[in-house]
Design a protein around this ligand. Sequence first.
Ligand SMILES: C[S@@+](CC[C@H](N)C(=O)[O-])C[C@H]1O[C@@H](n2cnc3c(N)ncnc32)[C@H](O)[C@@H]1O
Length: 236
Amino acid sequence: MGKQEKIVSMFNDIAGTYDIANRVLSMGIDKSWRNKACNLAYKFYDKESIDKIVDVACGTGDMIEFWQKIAKENGIVLNNIVGVDPSVGMMGVAKEKLPDVEFIEAGAAQMPIESDSADVISISYGIRNVVQRQEAFDEFARVLKKGGLVVISEFTKNEKTSVLDHVTDFYMNKILPTLGGLISRNKEAYTYLPNSIDEFLTTDNLCKELRQAGLEPIHTQDFSMKISTLIIARKL
Ligand SMILES: C[S@@+](CC[C@H](N)C(=O)[O-])C[C@H]1O[C@@H](n2cnc3c(N)ncnc32)[C@H](O)[C@@H]1O
């Protein structure tokens, strides 16, 4: 099995406990990060009606629910939202929660979606798992309409400078794998999480890669002691 297949298979294994583990491990804070990402993206896009949002690495569908809820709160008509993920297990959970949403089994680097058709592409806590990252950014640029937005939420790599950074580091490397392992009965999957963050890019380097694909970052913001980072980029 190659690296990408191993990652997808791991998500298939933890799909059934993913939602509960997520809520416990983030203590619900991820809700505020998702809320902020959707609200800001709608503000930057500034349209009353949106044809299509594609949520890549949609997993169990959390972000789709937020896009729908916050569109409603802002009086925005969201005509279509599509979830994309290579993990059948994760999408199985999403389909049960969101029977009216279309889900496509695919990786981020090759999506069977028409060119210039999406207003917004989101990828939340997913880009770290994409092995062909630059290909995925090129694919996002192909699928987005001109002026469309990419909305990335991610745990990017941080230089550890303060005491608080070491506290979050301890949580991510020691507490999270143990708790996640207990809930999912798969400690390996929750050890992968902090390791993949350590091996991941800084926000600046992620922005450089986006620019190489013709996606210009227009907003970056850290949340909750720099645990989560939001990057919004516009297709030029
Ligand atoms: C941590 S989960 C995030 C799920 C969801 N977006 C959320 O916010 O809860 C990461 C997801 O990335 C998916 N994934 C892994 N490799 C991928 C790839 N190459 N392209 C797209 N998604 C991928 C996994 O199957 C998994 O569902």
